[in-house]
Design a protein around this ligand. Structure first.
Ligand code: ADP
Ligand code: MG
Length: 258
């Protein structure tokens, strides 16, 4: 059974379809990078996966269960959304931001208990940010915030993480640190599904690449097989001249150096 099975999925905000009869199967753990031009439906697909939008047709199964049959809480225990780094108004401590990841696991009236605090501490340790626990989230750097948000998703107890353009707004060093962290967590058995505009980032950490255009999957497979000059030229409507100038990315995968 595939970990995530998307079949005949369609969705439109108004009359025009944004996702059209999309089939995608993610067999097991690892990193899936979703690439495609602006407006191709990547964010919409992630929202459908997170149960924030309801498909007009088709279905999404996680571990064999149709997500339409799961409560939002049940879904949150399997699938966590890791938002892009944002500026919080309130100065919650890093520990409290991570602890809030436990929300789907508590009952409506219950306070956070020892098990929740333990899970938050464990997540901070795993991301090597235990030393930031008492610092206000508003006062840490962008890179540290992104690690805090991943720790929150870990504390949530899900093992599939969904990220929409996670490297946006991070400086070059923090982009690489984030990709490295994604690779390390994937090596431990976590699953990542993330969108990116950087083929070289996908090549560095992804196990599989899915190219989307006009609400459909146009190409998918191993990064080296999919992220070719021709594949990228077709996906982004690039001229021969631009392709010859920039070519396809060729890098030693970051994962290989783990
Ligand atoms: P991507 O993430 O690949 O850039 P999106 O999923 O954000 O693409 O958008 C796909 C299409 O859906 C675009 O044409 C966009 O304008 C449209 N769209 C996105 N969000 C909404 C919305 N809330 N209401 C109406 N149309 C939307
Ligand atoms: Mg988007």
């Amino acid at each position: 059974m595939a970990l995530i099975e998307i079949s005949h999925l369609s969705f439109g905000y108004r009359r025009a379809p944004v996702i059209e009869d999309l089939d995608l199967s993610i067999e097991g753990e690892g990193v899936t990078a979703l690439l495609g031009p602006n407006g191709s439906g990547k964010t919409t697909l992630l929202k459908l996966l997170l149960g924030l939008l309801a498909p007009t047709a088709g279905r999404i199964r996680i571990g064999g269960d149709d997500i339409g049959d799961l409560t939002q809480k049940e879904l949150a225990c399997r699938l966590a959304y890791v938002p892009q780094v944002h500026k919080e108004t309130f100065g919650y401590s890093v520990f409290d931001v991570v602890l809030m990841g436990r929300m789907p696991r508590t009952s409506f009236f219950a306070r956070y208990g020892d098990a929740d605090r333990g899970a938050a501490r464990e997540a901070l340790d795993k991301l090597s940010i235990a030393h930031l626990a008492d610092r206000p989230y508003t006062e840490i750097s962008g890179g540290e915030r992104q690690m805090t948000l991943i720790a929150r998703a870990l504390a949530q107890g899900a093992d599939i993480f969904v990220m929409d353009e996670p490297t946006n707004g991070l400086d070059y060093g923090n982009q690489l640190r984030l990709l490295d962290r994604i690779g390390r967590l994937a090596a431990e058995g976590y699953t990542f599904i993330y969108t990116t505009h950087h083929p070289d980032h996908a090549l560095a950490v992804a196990d599989r690449v899915v190219m989307m255009k006009d609400g459909r999957v146009v190409r998918e497979g191993a990064p080296q097989a999919v992220l070719t000059t021709q594949g990228l030229a077709e996906l982004y409507n690039l001229s021969d001249r631009l392709c010859t100038c920039f070519g396809a990315p060729s890098r030693t995968p970051l994962r290989a150096a783990l």
